[in-house]
Design a protein around this ligand. Structure first.
Ligand code: ADP
Ligand code: MG
Length: 688
């Protein structure tokens, strides 16, 4: 492009990732400045950010020495005087300034000791030509380095302008089918690119933005739907033909409670998936305590009835142990081989387990990531369930696939609720179930906020609870497990707790990241068994641990925790029959964001509601489990603000996939061509 030599080109690549015309076209302005208004100088106030003023230059002077050297000019209209200041390019500006000429100036308004001023304004002689300019001027992001080399926001604007002058309609072909354009009242793609940069009116800009946001969401949703559709149609998976004896016997005679509606629904979905002959790849999201374990067990029984083996992976030893204990208990009257395999399984036992897996006498293998090791081989693995998904890497899961002739059905369970919009974008290629219903009869957890200066009363409350036989968690933040200060806080906290609760009347477990796995495990077990009444810990207890007798959760420095973490921690109590409490301790002075989080926590215990708020407060990039998701590379659309548009885009995409899954019809041709042009990013290999 004219105006971009090798040096500038290099800088644009390095600084802004602009390699070609397409990148430049997609370097959207982050705002437009409205230059249609000219303000009087006495109207200027701190509420104005960018202002445009007209007046006569009455006088200018160079002040200061060296670094404080500056050019100050005074512009006067009939209402007052404005100071214009330059620190750079002084000699050049001096040349263009003429006393008593009339100028239009534009820039970011500031005040110094009450005097209105603009530093480095744009300045123009008030001539006829300057009247007819674009009144909405785009503002582009740039960097210090680029600015220093003369590529500021305006220069980028000029580059974009010359690019757009080069473009013809065919260069930006339409990619959304016509009926959708019509139904969605969307402007054409070409016009949208034009007007997102250089709109004539705010309305034009809004239409352009709306169209491009929709395109972004629609194309993302379509690609995810294609991936899913491809898996549904072309993947090969084991068929679980029947609901057999194991399942039925257990369901009729050993199920300790009536399933919730949500549990039944999810089971039905799984049953349907596994009967199709294609591989199931389902994500099950259920709030803490919604009863995912029993769903996992029933799914495993279904697999076993059809002659397959299963495995259930959990992120920690303690969780694996708990799953093993509860599952063997539930299956005690049914003859099924269940084994536990973790890093601490003894050699002899491990040998025995590996052998029974190969022989097929072990039907359910429960364990940590030890399960994915190569030595673990099954006779006929048909189903793999992964609990608390976000702690398992993609690579680890992939290793599971290699353990059978066909990839086993996969059920991933997570108790970290993520908002629907986010799930649609991050996990849109998976099948997706939600359990948003808690088993009946749960006592709601009472959550309160207490300041540090009432700690004594909180401790007295704990004492009463322990007196009635309950157990208590006290959680300290350890943001960086290695951070010395946090660690000292924890130890100090432990000493304080100990002062209130002296041995031998009370016993305390302490667990933190600096302990060896063995020590951690032992301390945790003492609490699980009820040998200790208090667990002082960092967030290592966050996920999954089940101690029904624990009824109080104290979270120290609660202001330092994120919402989802607070929710997970709170989920550790309220698991038994007793009334449970969560007490959020903070110092008296906390920031607004923290106060908002605490307010949300004390007002709802619905994980999905909390997740929605979390998304609003933090934005999608920060939400756990979605960080690596490429599906979230949205430039314009916002999952919070554009929720409705996302729903619409998903529906349009869904309709297309249902009626024309290979995009063969004439009306979808341009769409198909567009997807094909996104090289390597769309799963067309098998389709086309
Ligand atoms: P999570 O979804 O957090 O893994 P669990 O599977 O650990 O939840 O279940 C939490 C508790 O709820 C367990 O004690 C379990 O026995 C109980 N539970 C699960 N489903 C039901 C149900 N339908 N009715 C009553 N209790 C249930
Ligand atoms: Mg669980």
């Amino acid at each position: 492009m004219k105006g971009v030599g090798p040096q500038r080109g290099d800088l644009l690549k390095k600084e802004l990732g602009i390699f070609n015309f397409n990148d430049l076209l997609h370097h959207f302005p982050y705002r437009h400045i409205d230059k249609s208004r000219i303000l009087k100088i006495n109207e200027l106030n701190t509420a104005n950010e960018y202002v445009q003023v007209q007046g006569n230059l009455i006088f200018y002077e160079v002040l200061g020495e060296k670094t404080s050297k500056r050019l100050v000019a005074y512009l006067k209209d009939e209402t007052g005087t404005l100071e214009l200041i330059w620190f750079k390019g002084i000699s050049w500006v001096q040349k263009i300034l003429n006393n008593s000429e009339r100028y239009t100036v534009f820039g970011k308004l500031g005040f110094f000791m009450g005097q209105a001023q603009i530093v480095h304004p744009e300045i123009e002689l008030k001539t006829e030509a300057s009247e007819s300019k674009n009144l909405l001027e785009p503002v582009y992001s740039t960097t210090e380095k680029l600015r220093a080399r003369g590529v500021g926001a305006r220069q980028i604007g000029k580059l974009v302008q010359s690019l757009i002058a080069l473009l013809k309609k065919n260069d930006i072909p339409e990619n959304i089918p016509e009926n959708i354009l019509r139904d969605g009242k969307l402007i054409s793609r070409f016009d949208a690119y034009l007007n997102i940069h250089f709109p004539k009116t705010i309305q034009e800009y809004d239409h352009a933005l709306r169209r491009l946001k929709f395109e972004e969401l629609f194309i993302t949703q379509l690609r995810l739907a294609l991936l899913r559709s491809e898996r549904h149609r072309f993947s090969k998976g084991f068929i679980f033909k029947k609901v057999g004896e194991m399942f039925n016997t257990f369901y009729k005679n050993h199920l300790p409670f009536e399933l919730t509606g949500a549990q039944k629904r999810v089971l039905k979905e799984i049953r349907t998936d596994t009967a199709t002959g294609h591989q199931m790849n389902r994500l099950l999201q259920g709030d803490v305590g919604s009863g995912k374990t029993i769903v996992a067990l029933l799914t495993m029984l279904l697999a076993i009835d059809n002659g397959f083996q299963c495995c259930l992976m959990a992120p920690t030893e303690i969780l694996s142990q708990q799953h093993f204990t509860s599952i063997t208990k539930l299956l005690k009257d049914i003859n099924i081989g269940v084994h536990l395999l973790t890093g601490s399984t003894k050699v002899a036992q491990r040998k025995h387990i590996l052998k029974s897996l190969m022989e097929g006498s072990s039907s359910i293998l429960i364990g940590t990531h030890a399960l994915v090791e190569e030595v673990v081989q099954f006779q006929k693995l048909g189903l793999a369930i992964v609990d608390e998904q976000h702690r398992f890497g993609v690579a680890q899961r992939a290793r599971l696939w290699k353990k059978a002739i066909l990839p086993p059905h996969i059920l991933v369970m997570t108790a970290t609720p993520i908002p629907r919009t986010l799930a649609m974008t991050a996990y849109g290629d998976l099948d997706y179930s939600i359990m948003d219903e808690l088993p009946p009869g749960r006592q709601p957890i009472t959550t309160v906020h207490r300041y540090d200066n009432t700690r004594t009363r909180v401790m007295d409350f704990i004492k009463t609870e322990i007196g009635t036989g309950r157990q208590v968690y006290i959680i300290f933040p350890l943001i960086e497990e290695s951070a010395k200060l946090d660690y000292e806080n924890l130890v100090q906290g432990y000493e304080n707790v100990k002062a209130f609760f002296p041995e031998p009347k009370y016993w305390i477990s302490m667990v933190h990241g600096r302990q060896t796995a063995g020590v951690k495990e032992a301390n945790m077990q003492r609490f699980v068994k009820g040998d200790t009444q208090i667990m002082v810990s960092t967030t290592v207890v966050e996920v999954g641990v089940d101690v029904p007798n624990a009824s109080v959760m104290i979270i120290e420095s609660a202001e330092k925790f994120g919402l989802s973490q607070l929710h997970q921690l709170r989920g550790r109590v309220g698991r038994g029959a007793e009334k449970s409490f969560c007490i959020l301790m903070t110092s008296v002075k906390i920031g607004n964001d923290a106060r908002e989080r605490i307010k949300i926590m004390t007002s709802t215990s619905n994980g999905f509601e909390i997740a929605e708020k979390d998304l609003e407060l933090r934005g999608p990039g920060e939400i756990e489990g979605t960080k690596q998701s490429g599906a979230l590379n949205l430039r314009l659309a916002d999952l919070v603000k554009d929720k409705l548009m996302l729903e619409a885009a998903k529906n349009f995409a869904g309709d297309i996939i249902v009626t024309d899954p290979e995009l063969q019809s004439a009306e979808n041709l341009s769409l198909k061509q567009y997807l094909l042009s996104l090289q390597g990013k769309t799963p067309w290999s098998k389709i086309s």
